[in-house]
Design a protein around this ligand. Structure first.
Ligand SMILES: *[C@@H]1O[C@H](CO)[C@@H](O)[C@H](O)[C@H]1NC(C)=O
Ligand SMILES: *[C@@H]1O[C@H](CO)[C@@H](O)[C@H](O)[C@H]1NC(C)=O
Ligand SMILES: *[C@@H]1O[C@H](CO)[C@@H](O)[C@H](O)[C@H]1NC(C)=O
Ligand SMILES: *[C@@H]1O[C@H](CO)[C@@H](O)[C@H](O)[C@H]1NC(C)=O
Length: 488
């Protein structure tokens, strides 16, 4: 289950931040219309239609559909209402700062933020506003982006658990709008060229509309009208079906600019790593109690092993969502560890995998569902053996295999080689701050690769429709990114 994490307590950033936040929506909208005018009206900028910057835009033009404010900016303005729920956290509004990256961890930090994953939606929108191939003309667009902040819109459905029926309604107003307002836009390619971001695991949005009893989640991903859209989520359902979602990395707290990310990665490469393995997660404050509570469980096995071998294993206690917005807790320990353990939590995948990659800590997975099944656009499936270790959870839980034994047996030269591979991949899972320098923009980040993946998928579907080959519409092969697709 993908219940939102509980926020840590504490009053970090009071009034000033709230004031700034209230201004965000207006600023975002203004920068959007500024962009439109520049690209449609010629003049300034140089990357408008017909200008020199147009060359690289073949097959890559994106139109941002204008939606009524209740689908985006009004949700941000209503952030106070979300704070009433304990799982969201009392100061949810503070996380809206910096277009959704959150407030900086401290005054002088330039790259570290208290990022709330749900706010990937406004942040993605903000980054798209600086995308060089935007077009104001939907009929000229290869893809149409819907700036709908759906994970925020879902909060009342998810958290008002006493109201059974409503979770099936999440997304219905959007579907109605697309059907009734300029319906030709959606119909043109049966919706296959539309995409949006839902900043949560697909499990939060895929409950059967008539589930009885209702368990968890809204039914957004099952709305018949929207089944052909591409939806970017933080974790996908098992990919054996024609699901419309594709997973993108969980946002971490690291959003480099303007200082080059390279410096930071060099630091991670040089960092001494006396700790063999690290686990950052819930239950770490009292491992034996947690282990006793859930026998035959990989998390419990890890906690038990770590309690027994504190010389080999470091625990970072993230109980109650303590790490959700507080990178200070885990980044330094991760920089000092060779391997970072990534057992499943409420859902198989976890943000900590991306925290570890950025810290150069080699991820240890216990099943493919932890990452390999999801993030093919960002972490190529063919490279998992080079940058991660897979220890099947059954071998640990039922076979008595000791994780520390497996990891201690990896020769030091191999550990160094894997760490180098991890750090090579790190830029691919970071979300660079908006407005970054050309230097940083030269390297594709998580956002750039998500856009590449979306365009690959949409262009293939549109070709399949045009060529009358419907079987190819849902063909998943291009989702399995590899070197072939690296430089779309
Ligand atoms: C951009 O164009 C729109 C409509 O074409 C207009 O209302 C708006 O004032 C323009 N914005 C700027 C910054 O010129
Ligand atoms: C940041 O700096 C300002 C003034 O320079 C100060 O008032 C404020 O307390 C500082 N905030 C934090 C979180 O340190
Ligand atoms: C939810 O559904 C259950 C069973 O269908 C019913 O007993 C309960 O009263 C419903 N709750 C609300 C708030 O509608
Ligand atoms: C989804 O796409 C398929 C294939 O193009 C089409 O037959 C179907 O009508 C589309 N569904 C909707 C709701 O547009």
């Amino acid at each position: 289950m993908g219940k939102p994490q509980k926020c840590p307590g504490g009053q970090f950033f009071p009034l000033l931040v709230v004031l700034v936040l209230v201004l965000i929506p207006a600023t975002a909208i203004r920068s959007q219309s500024r962009y439109y005018n520049r690209s449609s009206g010629g003049g300034g900028g140089g990357d408008g239609d017909g200008g020199g910057g147009d060359r690289g835009c073949e097959g890559r033009r994106i139109h941002i559909r204008e939606l009524p404010a209740r689908f985006n900016t009004e949700l941000l303005r209503g952030c106070d209402a979300f704070s009433q729920w304990e799982v969201v956290g009392g100061e949810f509004c503070t996380y809206l700062a910096n277009h959704g990256l959150g407030p900086r961890t401290h005054n002088r930090s330039r790259s570290w933020y208290r990022t709330d994953a749900r706010l990937l939606e406004p942040f993605f929108h903000r980054r798209l506003l600086e995308y060089p191939c935007l077009t104001p003309d939907p009929s000229a667009a290869d893809a149409i982006f819907l700036p709908y902040y759906g994970a925020l819109d879902a909060l009342p459905y998810l958290l008002l658990l006493n109201d059974n029926a409503s979770a099936a309604l999440h997304g219905a107003p959007l579907a109605r709008l697309l059907r009734s307002d300029r319906p030709a836009l959606l119909r043109r390619r049966a919706g296959h060229d539309h995409f949006l971001v839902l900043a949560g695991p697909a499990w939060d949005f895929s409950q059967h509309p008539r589930a009885d009893p209702p368990l968890w989640g809204t039914s957004f991903l099952r709305l018949p009208d929207l089944l052909n859209l591409t939806v970017l989520v933080l974790e996908s359902r098992p990919p054996h079906s024609r699901w419309q979602e594709h997973a993108v990395p969980h946002p971490t707290s690291f959003h480099p600019t303007p200082s080059p990310a390279r410096r930071r990665l060099a630091r991670a490469a040089r960092s001494p790593r006396p700790t063999l393995m690290l686990f950052a997660g819930g239950g770490a404050s009292s491992p034996s109690a947690a282990a006793a509570a859930r026998p035959n469980n990989i998390r419990s096995a890890i906690l038990a092993e770590c309690a027994e071998r504190p010389d080999l294993c470091a625990l970072v206690d993230c109980s109650g969502g303590a790490c959700a917005h507080d990178p200070v807790r885990y980044v330094r320990p991760m920089l000092r560890a060779r391997f970072c353990l990534q057992p499943p939590g409420d859902t198989p995948a976890r943000r900590s995998t991306f925290d570890a990659v950025i810290a150069g800590c080699i991820p240890v997975f216990f099943e493919d569902a932890a990452a390999r099944a999801h993030y093919g656009w960002h972490l190529p499936r063919s490279r998992y053996a080079d940058f991660s270790v897979l220890v099947p959870k059954e071998d640990v839980v039922f076979g008595g295999l000791r994780i520390a034994d497996v990891l201690a047996a990896v020769p030091p030269a191999e550990v160094r080689r894997m760490r180098a591979r991890v750090l090579e991949l790190a830029p691919r899972v970071m979300y660079r701050r908006h407005g970054s320098s050309p230097d940083l923009r030269a390297i594709k980040d998580a956002f750039d690769l998500a856009i590449d993946g979306v365009l690959r998928r949409i262009n293939r579907r549109v070709r399949a429709i045009e060529e009358g080959d419907p079987d190819r519409i849902y063909y998943q092969d291009d989702d399995d990114d590899d070197d072939r697709n690296d430089d779309v």
